[in-house]
Structures are given as structure tokens and as C-alpha cells.
Design a protein around this ligand. Structure first.
Ligand code: ADP
Ligand code: MG
Length: 668
């Protein structure tokens, strides 16, 4: 139950059915046969029960009523079921009736052993979102018990309910749990029934209240206004070897406007891989430094953090800015030195991994935190970094992500978050050509690698993902490396994986960046952020094992320079349906937003949001797009309720009912 977020009685009461089953009527077996195809419920006496073995072990139970007979077929069954369904037993079975080779049958019907004359349920049977080890029966009982205990008072004032023509809370909830026979079933199922409307409205209202309160709370907190666009910012922008794209300039302006405010920015910077988020973040950091504050940049992996460090330090140090480097793998002495620089304020910018958020690290005056690939961090980690500011001076927060979250989805999960999007790639990028190739044509692929290297280009060769075993994955990477080194004796072939010591990893990345190494065999450690513009060929082995966003991230490692780039997706046939769909998507588009959209279609929303579980989504019943008309109403009502202090209790009660303890969490 905890996994489903069910902690209080009210949580249970608001755990509403996802669909219903009709068990209110029994029809004769003959009528069921005439109906065919649809789901129906019949009742009969077991006339024969046997275990068959063709084509596989299965339990076959024949039942009959006065009009005909029917076979119930169970492919998976327990010994206890065999006993339970002995000859002479009366059962009620519900399922889809099919006309098979041996007459009418139901495969895996729902059934109940009953006594003659057992009453039928009078309402549709709810089916709840459940989980492993939690049956519908247990849930129904728990919900039923909770219904007897909760406080049913309507959280909304009666005049409001009347004016909005909403159903009252208690009857709405009860109807959804125990829909009466005469209910408009269709409206119940497509959630257009007034009882659902009430639930959606309440939920949206809670979201809007929470959103507005979070915004207000944020605006009431102090942050240092970082309003100085000074020498550093100007010199930095002048020194860049390129002009910002229009989209980069626009989002930079948005960020700049935010951080001038005396309350904390909370902004998500989205942009496809290669869109140029780093330089925007660095320019924002420069403004923080110009304004007399420190900035910190945290990245999820050492390779990525290191790359940011090199790039940004190379930009900033010539301009006299001290940049500290902080990761878990530093020697004790070096870490102490870095920490001291951060604490004294000598280091104006700190770049590193989550080592930055350790207790031992104190900032002199942190004004801005930047979190790259934010979905890889937990909410707690981001909070800790935000709390590293001085008292009553919360640092401005900029989160970056290359995994585009559709705006409506973001709003479903985050209470209070501004979003900026870089929707344009820097000029001069040549499009990446993507091909899917059967694994057994590996030799041809190795030829292409050779040819690319001879033209002075560089190559990534990504090893298959083996989720169940890191050791096995490492083994595969080592084998692939050996194989390629042997097949390409005139080239330098390197290997990088997660088990290497940071210094070793570094040495390899350095050699690759300097083009001393032409081919880099890698595990998915290179998935995020790695930036070597001269690399123009990417080979991904067993591409069918990767998810879409991962493939997109990996492919984004090439196509960063002006050379025409190619991504080869090696697959093992035969391909399953989902894998085929993914590879096709990869061939058809390089647009991260389009890929995210299709990914959402294939996978559902859960995984988009990192450590935030889909079960904790803010909206369970309403849909921001389909129920847009209700969103507007909820927004107006929320403003009205918050404007008038007499409604404080209403607001509190409503938020408590709908969000319970989750509100804090949703603000982060
Ligand atoms: P991402 O958004 O994936 O983090 P990066 O910030 O790593 O992208 O930028 C990708 C590459 O593009 C880097 O080599 C960066 O220096 C370069 N770049 C960024 N902005 C521009 C621009 N406006 N014009 C040309 N190159 C740019
Ligand atoms: Mg990046």
C-alpha cells in the first residue's frame, strides 16, 4: 500500500477504480453462446474436471446449466483450484466466450464458487490500481473499512459547490466506488460522469492551490539579486569562438531576468543534446560571479563533470576566475584544498559531482546552483545543494536536461517550475544519418570504422547494455575491445567503462579528445554529455536492448562538428515489436522532442521524471489537455480562495485531503 502512496484512510478512499466489471447479471449459457465475443457471466454446475496435457498442461472444467454447457480452460493453475472445482460444484464464471474446436469455452475466466441462490452484486465491481502482493479483495476491504472512518466533510464551501454545479464530495466518491446499477456506465468508464468531474476538479484545484502557494512561498524567500552583467560576463561572451543562437540568447535573457530578483529562481533549461546548454549555464554563472557570489555546477558522472570543468575553466580562468574541482575520487589532500578554496570564497565557481553536496563542503556565499542532467539526481540531492546558501539567501537554481519533458507532463509532476527551451541547434551541424544493421554484418561495420579513421575521423563503439549483470557487461566490453584492437591493428583502440579509476578514465578520454586514439570502445558511461566534435561515427551494439532516450543520448555524442556523422545501430534479429518501433523512430528522426513524444507513447510517463515515481504524480484523474476547461476553472477558484484570508481553512483542508504529506515533495 505504501508503494501506491496509500497511507491514510483518505488516501484509500481516494484510491478510485480504474475500471469496472459487471457482475450484476447472470445469463444462461445458451444466451452467452449466442452473444459470443463479449464478456458475460454464467452460472453452472461442474460436470467434468480434468487435467489435459495437449498441447500443454492445463485444467479443463466443464460446467452446465439447463440450457447448455461450456468449457473453462486454465493454462496456469494451482493444485487447490483442481480440488475447488471438483464435479458437482456450483460456479459463477465471467469472461469472454469463444467458440473453440471443442465447442464454447472461456479461457482464464474470473470465477467464484457459490451456493445455490447466492445473491448477485447490485453494483458494478470496481477494479483498483493494485500492485504485487496486493489483491483486489484486500484493497476492496481496506477501502471499505476506510470509508467507515474518514471525515466526509466537503472541503469546498457549499456556495462554491452550488455555483460550480459540482456534485457533493461524499456522494461522488461513493458512487465511484459502488456505482449503482442504473448508472450511465459509459460516462463512468470514460470519466465524463459528474462524479468524476468532481474528483478532477478537486484534484486540479489542489494542484493550482499548491502551485500558487509554492510560488508565493518561493517569492517570500530571500535570494541574492544577481543583477550585475559586468566585466566577466562581457569578456566571456566576447571570447567565445561563436555567437549564441537566437534560442540560446532568449533563454539566457530569461535566466538573467530571473536571477535579478530577490527571490530564488527555479528554472528548468531544456534543450536537445548538442543544443548548447553548457555555455548558457556558464554565462549565467558569470553573472553570479560578476554580482559578487559563487556558483556551483553539479553533474551526475565524473566524466561529464570533468568535461564541464575543462571547458568552463578554459573559458574562465584566463579571465581571472578561480574554478574549483570537487569529486569523490580526489585525494584527501586535494579535496581539503578544494574545500578550503570554496569555503574562503577564493574559488568563485565550483564544478563537480555530488561530492559538492557533502556536509564538509561549506560555501562562502553561494548565489547560484546549476544541476546538469537533473533527472539523474534525486530530489533530496537537489535540495541539499539548494540549502548550501547562507541563511535567508537561497541560491538561484538552474536545472538542465536533455530529456525533454513535455510541458503538460512537467506541470503534472512539479508544483512550481519555470521552463526554458533551447529549440534550435547551433549552425553548421550536419545531420546524422542513422542506419539499423543486422549484427551478422559486423565485418562490414568494422571496415567502415577503419575507413572513417583513415579519413581522420573518430569512432565510438558502444557495448551492449546488460542490465542484470555489470560483470557480464564489463566482460563484453573487454571482449569487444580485444576483437576490435585485433581487427584494426593500425589504429589505436581504447576502452572506457565504469569500473576504471577516475584518473585512468581521464587519461583515456584525454587521448581520445586529442585524437591520439581513433576508436573508443565504451559502456554506457559515455551516454551523457561527452563532447568530442571530431567523433563522427557511432556504433551501438545490441541497440535493441536500449531505450529510446538512451539511444538518442548516445547518438548525440556524434554530429557535434561539421563532418557528416553516421550512427549505426547493430541489432540481433529477430526484433520484437517494441524494439522495432524504437529503431524505426531512431532512423526517422533526430529531433529529441519528437523522440520523447514517441517514447511517451511507447513507455508511459513514469520514467521521464527520474527518481520521482509515477505513483506520486500530482494528477491521477485529471488530464491537463483533455480537461483544460476544468483547469481554467480550478485556476480561478484557487486565486479567489487564496486572495481571501477567510478561506485559509478551506485551503488547508483541501490540500491536506488531496496532497497530504506530498506537498513539500512536489515543490522541489
Ligand atoms: P548540450 O546542450 O548537449 O549540453 P553542449 O553545451 O555540450 O550541448 O554544446 C555542444 C557543442 O556545441 C559544444 O562543443 C559547444 O561548445 C558548442 N556550441 C554551443 N553553442 C554554440 C553556438 N552558438 N555555436 C556554435 N557552437 C556552439
Ligand atoms: Mg550537456
Amino acid at each position: 500500500m505504501a508503494k501506491l502512496g496509500l497511507r491514510t484512510d483518505m488516501d484509500l478512499v481516494l484510491h478510485l477504480p480504474m475500471r469496472y466489471e459487471d457482475e450484476t447479471q447472470v445469463i444462461t449459457i445458451r444466451d452467452a453462446c449466442l452473444r459470443g465475443g463479449q464478456s458475460s457471466q454464467v452460472e453452472g454446475i461442474v460436470t467434468k474436471s480434468e487435467i489435459g496435457f495437449k498441447p500443454r498442461r492445463q485444467l479443463l472444467v466443464h460446467i452446465a446449466d439447463e440450457t447448455g454447457d461450456l468449457q473453462l480452460r486454465f493454462m496456469n493453475f494451482y493444485g487447490s483450484q483442481v480440488k475447488q472445482l471438483a464435479e458437482g460444484t456450483r460456479v459463477r464464471a465471467r469472461g469472454e466466450l469463444k467458440h473453440g474446436f471443442f465447442g464454447a469455452e472461456m479461457v482464464h475466466p474470473n470465477y467464484k464458487v457459490i451456493n445455490e441462490g447466492a445473491p448477485l452484486p447490485t453494483s458494478l465491481t470496481p477494479v483498483y490500481p493494485a500492485g504485487e502482493g496486493l489483491s483486489q479483495t484486500m484493497l476492496r476491504r481496506a477501502i471499505n473499512d476506510a470509508m467507515k472512518r474518514v471525515d466526509w466533510r466537503d472541503t469546498l464551501p457549499a456556495p462554491l459547490v452550488a455555483r460550480m454545479q459540482l456534485t457533493d464530495f461524499e456522494p461522488a466518491v461513493k458512487l465511484l466506488h459502488y456505482p449503482p446499477q442504473e448508472v450511465d456506465e459509459h460516462a463512468l468508464l470514460d470519466r465524463s460522469h459528474p462524479a468524476w468531474t468532481r474528483m478532477k476538479f478537486d484534484e486540479l484545484l489542489a494542484q493550482q492551490l499548491s502551485l500558487k502557494r509554492a510560488q508565493r512561498a518561493r517569492r517570500s524567500k530571500g535570494s541574492p539579486p544577481l543583477s550585475v552583467v559586468g566585466d566577466l560576463s562581457r569578456a566571456f561572451q566576447r571570447a567565445l569562438p561563436f555567437h549564441l543562437t537566437g534560442a540560446q540568447q532568449r533563454v539566457l535573457d530569461e535566466i538573467r531576468a530571473d536571477i535579478c530578483q530577490p527571490y530564488p529562481m527555479q528554472r528548468l533549461l531544456q534543450g536537445d543534446v548538442g543544443a548548447g546548454k553548457t555555455v548558457v549555464a556558464a554565462l549565467a554563472a558569470a553573472q553570479a560571479i560578476d554580482s559578487g557570489y559563487q556558483a556551483a555546477l553539479m553533474a551526475p558522472t565524473e566524466i561529464l563533470a570533468d568535461q564541464h570543468f575543462r571547458k568552463i575553466a578554459a573559458w574562465m580562468e584566463p579571465l581571472g576566475v578561480k574554478v574549483a574541482w570537487l569529486t569523490g575520487s580526489l585525494k584527501k589532500k586535494d579535496k581539503a584544498a578544494a574545500t578550503a578554496m570554496v569555503e574562503s570564497g577564493e574559488a568563485r565557481l565550483v564544478i563537480g559531482t555530488h561530492a559538492i553536496i557533502q556536509d564538509t563542503v561549506q560555501f562562502a556565499n553561494l548565489g547560484m546552483v546549476i544541476v546538469d542532467e537533473q533527472h539523474r539526481f534525486g530530489v533530496g540531492q537537489r535540495l541539499t545543494l539548494r540549502n548550501k546558501g547562507n541563511e535567508d539567501a537561497i541560491p538561484h537554481q538552474l536545472m538542465m536536461s536533455a530529456t525533454p519533458i513535455p510541458r503538460t507532463l512537467a506541470m503534472t509532476y512539479y508544483a512550481d517550475l519555470e521552463v526554458s527551451v533551447i529549440d534550435e541547434l547551433p549552425p553548421g551541424r550536419s545531420p546524422i544519418v542513422t542506419r539499423a544493421i543486422d549484427q551478422n554484418r559486423r565485418d562490414e561495420v568494422i571496415e567502415r570504422v577503419h575507413a572513417a579513421a583513415l579519413e581522420g575521423r573518430q569512432v565510438y563503439w558502444v557495448c551492449p547494455l546488460i542490465e542484470e549483470s555489470e560483470a557480464l557487461q564489463l566482460q563484453t566490453a573487454t571482449d569487444t575491445h580485444a576483437l576490435l584492437a585485433e581487427a584494426l591493428p593500425d589504429l589505436s583502440v581504447g576502452l572506457v567503462h565504469g569500473r576504471l579509476k577516475p584518473a585512468e578514465k581521464q587519461a583515456i578520454m584525454d587521448a581520445f579528445t586529442a585524437n591520439e586514439m581513433q576508436v573508443l570502445v565504451a559502456t554506457t558511461v559515455i551516454e551523457v554529455g561527452v563532447d568530442v566534435p571530431n567523433a563522427s561515427l557511432m556504433v551501438i551494439e545490441h541497440a535493441e536492448r536500449f531505450g529510446l532516450s538512451q539511444l538518442h543520448q548516445l547518438r548525440g555524442r556524434v554530429g557535434r562538428g561539421s563532418a557528416a556523422s553516421v550512427c549505426l545501430l547493430l541489432y540481433q534479429s529477430p526484433l520484437g515489436g517494441v524494439a522495432k518501433q524504437r529503431l524505426m523512430t531512431m532512423r526517422e528522426t533526430t529531433d529529441g522532442f519528437e523522440i520523447a513524444r514517441r517514447d511517451l507513447e511507447i513507455r508511459g510517463p513514469g520514467e521521464f521524471l527520474g527518481s520521482r515515481q509515477s505513483g506520486q504524480a500530482m494528477l491521477r484523474f485529471a488530464d491537463l489537455e483533455a480537461d483544460a476547461w476544468l483547469v481554467d476553472q480550478a485556476r480561478d477558484v484557487a486565486s479567489a480562495l487564496l486572495r481571501d484570508a477567510r478561506h485559509t481553512e478551506t485551503v488547508e483542508a483541501h490540500l491536506e485531503r488531496w496532497l497530504g504529506g506530498r506537498e513539500e515533495f512536489l515543490k522541489v
